[in-house]
Design a protein around this ligand. Sequence first.
Ligand code: KG4
Ligand code: ZN
Length: 378
Amino acid sequence: MLILGIESSCDETAAAVVADGEKICASVVASQVSMHAKYGGVVPELASREHLRAIEPVVDEACRQASVNLHDVDAIAVTEGPGLVGSLLVGLVYGKALALAMKKPLVGVNHLEGHIHAVLLQNKIDRAAGKPVAEAKVPAVTLVVSGGHTSLFRVATVIPGAGAQRARFEYQQLGHSRDDAAGEAFDKVARLLALGYPGGPVIDKLSQFGDPLAVDFGHIKMRGNPLDFSFSGLKTAVLYRVRGTELAHEAEERQAWRKTVQRPTIDELRGHCSQATLDLVTSFQHAVVQDLVQRTLAAAEECGVEDIFISGGVACNSLLRRRFAEGGKGFHVFFPSLALSTDNAAMIAAAGYYRLLDGQRAGIALSPHASFPLGTRP
Ligand code: KG4
Ligand code: ZN
C-alpha cells in the first residue's frame, strides 16, 4: 500500500511516500526555520502563508523523488492535530482536496502518534537493511519530546474485536508537561542568552565546552503525578542567574554581534561566549536530560515493559542519546534517525498505514485541532 503522508502542524511543510508502512520511497521537508529565526520563535501567521506557498511543490517533489504519479498512491494520511490551526489547515485541506479529486481513501493522524511511529518505521528500515538491531516491540513506553510536547505514553496493540484480522495501536498517556515543553525550554534559554533559534541544536553543540555540574539546578520536583514534567522553573532559574549580571551584559553584546553575521558557526559563537555562559547552558542541558531520562525509566519500570521509544525534535540531543545508551537499565531503547526525529511526513504516512488497515477513513468533515489528545489519560 503506497501512502502519501502530509504534515504541516508547525513550521515544516512535509510530504512523503511510504510503502506498506515500512519503506520510505521519498520524504521531503521544507523547513521555515530561517524565516522564523529572526523573531526567535514561530510566528503562526507567517507559518500558514509559507505552508500555502510550499505545499504543492513539496508534494510534487515527494512524488518525483519516489517516481510515482499521484494516481499510483493508494491512500493519503494527513496530520489532523495538535498544532497551529492555520498551519494544520493548509496540509489538511490539500490532502482532502487530493483525496476527493483522485477518489483515494483519506485518514487523519495525530502528530504525536506520528512521532511514535517514526521509531517503529526506523526500526523496520534498519532491520530490512540488515543492521544488527533488536526488533522494537510493543508494549513499550514512549517519550515524545519536542518544541511543542513532552509526553510519556504506554503504547500497545490490541485486537479490536472477535474475528478482527488486524491489531490496532492503543495509547495511554502516562504523563505530560504541565508548562513548557522541553524543546521550548531550550529555545527560551537560547533566546535569553542570544544564542540563536532553534535553541536545542545550539545548546547541544555549545555544551561540549562547558561543565555540566557547574550549576546545580537540583531535581525538578512534581506534586501529583510523578510522570508529569515541568521545565518552566528551570528556565526561570536560568533567568535569575542571568538577570542583572555580567551574563546579561554579555548576551546584549552577543545580540548586537549576531546582527552583523548571517549564520555564525559554532566556533564563532563559542568565541563570543564566556566560560560562565557555556557552563550555564551545559548545566541546563544536563538538568533537562537528567529529568527526561529519570521519568522515562520510571515509567518503563512502572509499566513493566522492555522497550523504550524516544522521538520528537529533542530526541536529536546528543546527551539524551548518550545517557540512554549508557544507562538504559537493561531496557531496549530506540531512537529514530535525526531526520525522522524532527517533524516529517514519513512518520504520518507510517502511522496512517495502521489506521487504514484498521478500516478507518476520514470524510470531508475532517478538520484541524489545535489541541488533540492522544489516547487515554491518567
Ligand atoms: O519535533 P520538532 O521538529 O517540532 C515540534 O513538533 O515541536 O522539534 C523541534 C524542537 C525545537 O524546540 C528544537 O530546539 C528542539 O526540537 N531540538 C533540540 C535538538 N534539536 C532540535 N533540542 C535539544 N537538542 C537538540 N539537539
Ligand atoms: Zn513534532
